[in-house]
Unconditional design. Structure first.
Length: 204
């Protein structure tokens, strides 16, 4: 699937992906016109459908690229190897900042896709999300040393609280903050303060 797309130069692939992320992040799946994606990518609609059979295939391809890109960056930043949860979070933040520079609208798209209700794509998105989320939590919790946390802390609940707070903060910021250099620096500053607060709350 999508063999023709992968034959394109990397720069052209990224232009098409970023066009898709931009347009789909602005509206619902149904109301996002493919012709707009083609226009942002600098190609014709027919050529876009040469690479992707239909709108649904493109949408789900963009989602899977989110997952694969996030995993690739998190691995490159050695996030999953950390035994210190807060070092993992710090490295994860740096990984996501680098993703934002490569794909400025990927974060907005991912949040939009998660809440998408269209029956033609929503089940596939949620199935993929649950699989990725569960694997991510399993990797994160497996390396933690319980001795560094306050007695009685439910590590799984703690991790889930941090995860949901991080996702909620990202959603809020992507809605109201321009994703330029200053916006990314603001997110980095705020998330660093969140990590500092969690350290005071949970560590011995």
């Amino acid at each position: 699937m999508n063999e023709k797309f992968f034959l394109l130069p990397k720069e052209r692939q990224q232009a098409i992906l970023n066009a898709g992320y931009h347009v789909f992040s602005q509206n619902t799946y149904k109301k996002s016109p493919v012709i707009e994606i083609a226009r942002y990518a600098g190609i014709s609609k027919s050529l876009l459908f040469y690479y992707f059979r239909n709108k649904r295939e493109l949408y789900l391809f963009l989602w899977e690229n989110c997952v694969q890109t996030t995993t690739r960056y998190m691995t490159a930043f050695h996030c999953y190897e950390q035994t210190n949860l807060f070092e993992m979070l710090q490295r994860g933040m740096q990984a996501k900042i680098h993703i934002m520079y490569e794909y400025p609208d990927m974060g907005s798209f991912a949040v939009k896709a998660f809440y998408e209700e269209d029956a033609s794509v929503a089940p596939a998105i949620h199935e993929s999300y649950d699989r990725y989320k569960n694997a991510d939590a399993k990797d994160a919790l497996a390396n933690l040393n319980p001795a560094q946390f306050k007695e009685g802390i439910d590590l799984r609940m703690m991790y889930r609280e941090m995860y949901l707070a991080s996702e909620g903060y990202l959603w809020e910021m992507l809605r109201k903050t321009p994703l330029d250099k200053q916006g990314i620096q603001t997110m980095e500053h705020d998330f660093t303060n969140m990590i500092r607060f969690w350290k005071q709350l949970y560590l011995k």
